[in-house]
Ligand binder design. Structure first.
Ligand code: HEM
Length: 371
């Protein structure tokens, strides 16, 4: 049975840190929720101002420019994030919410013909791509291009940087209300953004919001198939849509770690961190911290309170969280309104295999029938 097991429990409970090995570099992962919150707030000692060293380790070699605003500290981070934040908040507008709900309702209705389908590539991937087209305010036909890149915009796809460069050039010639035109137009401290800055913003927008969303969506589908009673539970009261959304983000926590660099000697818990080293912020471990969450390995759809940090914490908290939450809530609502049962025919977990840990983040495939 698919489980989303927690590989960090023992280290979290015994010491609070786990030394992980990435290409020979020893990086302590911070594992306890309380330590993680404290660390994230202390950006002077745990800095993001370290291009190519902040995003997930496995992706370090795949980028050619600084990721903005994720690889910045204040005051740069504050200014650059401020430029794009209004765009990322569009999912909180009523009209946008209705459009997303309608799109996902139609996609779920189309599944109800009793035919077998592969939920990751034939449902979660197109759903994420269509939703991104809505967010970026571009034609839905672009979603077809992004779909062809696969589940991860960088590790599986190719051509992201060429594609976004082309979109900036097109928007320059023919400006509109879309994300690319906004970035061409906007000024930071009196100057237009450079090409590298625009590319850095676009890159993290495409990469950060792809496999994370897909992994949560596919995990929800498999979970409902395996736990038919939970679909019934959701139908009882609409308020469970909100709590269930948070619980799935906590439980799946699709992003394993993001780094910070440590310019000065500092401490995490009782451990000393040497100057010049890096630490990993291990969100999924914090979200299974048994000193905060009762029965942390169980999905409790009405878990309240649920102080998870699946979307991060503090100044770098996820810019795409309104979009991700709207997608997940709309999906849960459509499932609760339209679906009575899901049959799981076969599945292949999506697993991160690092030297120091193995962790399921979602599914590579899940063949199901929906009734
Ligand atoms: C379930 C889905 C998602 C999860 C679990 C997730 C998780 C996270 C986490 C943990 C961070 C904090 C990084 C840090 O502290 O350094 C973050 C930041 C970020 N995320 Fe997400 N994310 C999700 C969806 C998205 C989407 C849909 C987008 C865009 C469309 C997105 C774009 C970003 C960006 C731009 C940042 C950087 C914010 C900053 O540095 O100020 N994410 N995300």
């Amino acid at each position: 049975m698919p489980e989303h097991l927690d590989p960090f429990r023992e280290a979290r409970e015994s010491s609070g840190l786990q030394i992980t090995d990435f290409n020979g570099e020893q990086i302590p992962f911070v594992l306890r929720l309380k330590d993680l919150r404290k660390t994230v707030k202390d950006w002077q000692n745990f800095s993001s101002d370290h291009p190519f060293k902040v995003v997930p380790h496995s992706e370090e070699h795949l980028r050619t420019m600084r990721q903005i605003p994720i690889e910045m500290d204040p005051p740069d981070h504050t200014d650059y994030r401020g430029l794009v934040e209004p765009f990322f908040k569009r999912p909180t507008q009523t009209e946008y919410m209705l459009e997303m709900a309608e799109m996902i309702h139609v996609m779920v209705s189309d599944l109800l013909d009793g035919n077998e389908f592969e939920a990751v590539h034939e449902f979660a991937l197109p759903l994420q791509c269509k939703a991104l087209a809505l967010l970026l305010n571009v034609s839905e036909s672009e979603a077809e291009v992004w779909k062809s890149w696969g589940l991860h915009a960088l590790t599986e796809g190719s051509g992201l940087e060429d594609y976004t460069a082309e979109q900036f050039a097109k928007a320059e010639k023919n400006p509109g209300d879309d994300f690319f035109s906004m970035l061409n137009d906007v000024e930071c401290r009196g100057d237009k953004l450079t090409f590298e800055e625009k590319q850095g913003i676009a890159n993290v927008t495409f990469a950060g919001g792809k496999d994370t969303v897909i992994n949560v969506v596919s995990s929800i589908i498999v979970y409902f198939a395996e736990h038919p009673e939970s679909l019934k539970f959701l139908k009882q009261d609409e308020k469970y849509i909100i709590t269930a959304c948070e619980e799935f983000v906590r439980y799946v926590s699709p992003l394993t770690a993001i780094s910070r660099s440590c310019p000065h000697a500092s401490n995490v818990g009782n451990h000393e961190i040497a100057p010049g080293s890096r630490i990993g912020l291990c969100w999924p471990s914090a979200n299974r911290d048994g000193s905060v969450f009762k029965n942390p390995d169980q999905v409790i759809l009405d878990r309240t309170p649920n102080p998870h940090i699946g979307f991060g914490y503090g100044i770098h908290n996820c810019l795409g969280a309104p979009q991700a939450r709207l997608i997940i809530r709309s999906l849960l609502k459509a499932f609760s309104d339209l679906v009575s049962r899901i049959e799981l025919i076969s599945y292949e977990p999506r697993v991160e295999r690092e030297k120091s840990f193995v962790r399921q983040v979602g599914y590579d495939s899940a063949v199901v029938k929906v009734y």
